[in-house]
Design a binder for this molecule. Structure first.
Ligand code: KIV
Ligand code: NA
Length: 301
């Protein structure tokens, strides 16, 4: 499979083929993103046309949600740029054909456009990323314009912007009122004009996201934004059902669908391992052990 480009994403939007984006935060999670393209489609007789769709994940996001799901921090504002870069390098080694995108971490672009440019350059140069994602609206327009001018592609993240969860009084849906919807729409237009190659739209009513997507030239990638977006993104550890505290009981944001229960499988595996060691059934002689000839052993004795 050859590397996805921004032109490929534009073509998908034009042909109305949903764009796929998923997060990764280390080498194995990046391998899962990369290798999905090699699996044959799961049997789904209703989607006979899906064979014609491109396989695999179009965009691999090293999202700063890794602060919480992979590092155990309480919010994304705890994650430093250096920590982000460490994760980016691991992901880049595991995923080579998706477009690689990383978040500019909290605080790395607030003080000046120059700060933002330096942080973005580090994500590309040291983190091996293809593009950067930046949370914000009108206030990030100068930075988005500057990065687009110098050739670092930017995805702008609007609607619910988790780096501002304190200012937003929590992780709340955005764009439900007239004034809030107007803000989301004006942010989208300004960021498109500034050169953003796509917009991530988080936790926005589906009818508003669909209305905006119809009127924008650039693709929208939705999370909690419904089917009308040009594509979808989820956090990999969440959609795998890894988080043991959330469990499969339907907690977490409304937009989260768990496609597996990896957490439950992992917990059972650890329990079984402990049990087998205690009972002496693991390791078993012959299967999990290395032989030594009588001659060598007697010589040793
Ligand atoms: O950090 C993240 O994972 C994100 C989500 C929108 C997927 O930004
Ligand atoms: Na993020």
């Amino acid at each position: 499979r050859k590397k996805r480009t921004i032109l490929d994403l534009q073509a998908l939007k034009r042909k109305n083929v949903p764009i796929t984006m998923l997060t990764a935060h280390d080498f194995p999670s990046a391998r899962f993103v990369e290798s999905a393209a090699r699996l044959s489609p799961s049997s789904s007789p209703t989607s006979s046309s899906s064979a014609a769709y491109p396989r695999g994940v179009d965009i691999c996001l090293v999202g700063d949600s890794l602060a919480m799901v992979a590092c155990g921090y309480s919010s994304t504002s705890d994650l430093t740029l250096d920590e982000m870069l460490y994760h980016c390098r691991s992901v880049a080694r595991g995923c080579t054909t998706s477009l690689l995108l990383a978040d500019l971490p909290f605080g790395t672009y607030y003080a000046s456009v120059d700060d933002g440019v330096r942080a973005a350059v580090r994500l590309v140069q040291e983190g091996k990323m293809d593009a950067v994602k930046i949370e914000g609206g009108l206030e990030i327009v100068p930075l988005v314009r500057r990065l687009s001018e110098v050739g670092i592609p930017v995805m702008a993240h609007i609607g619910l912007t988790p780096q501002r969860q304190a200012a937003l009084s929590g992780y709340r849906v955005q764009g439900k009122t007239v004034s809030s919807a107007l803000k989301v729409w004006h942010d989208a237009l300004a960021l498109q004009d500034a050169g953003a190659f796509a917009l991530l739209v988080e936790a926005v009513p589906s009818r508003l996201a669909a209305w905006m997507t119809d009127r924008l030239k650039v693709p929208t990638i939705g999370i909690g934004a419904g089917q009308g977006a040009s594509g979808q993104v989820l956090v990999q550890l969440d959609m795998l059902g890894v988080d043991s505290d959330l469990g499969a009981e339907g907690k977490g944001p409304r937009f989260l669908k768990r496609f597996a229960d990896v957490g439950e499988q992992a917990r059972r595996a650890v329990r079984d391992y402990v049990e087998e060691v205690r009972l002496g059934s693991f390791p078993s002689e012959g299967t999990h052990t290395y032989p030594m000839s009588d001659e060598a052993f007697e010589g040793f004795l």
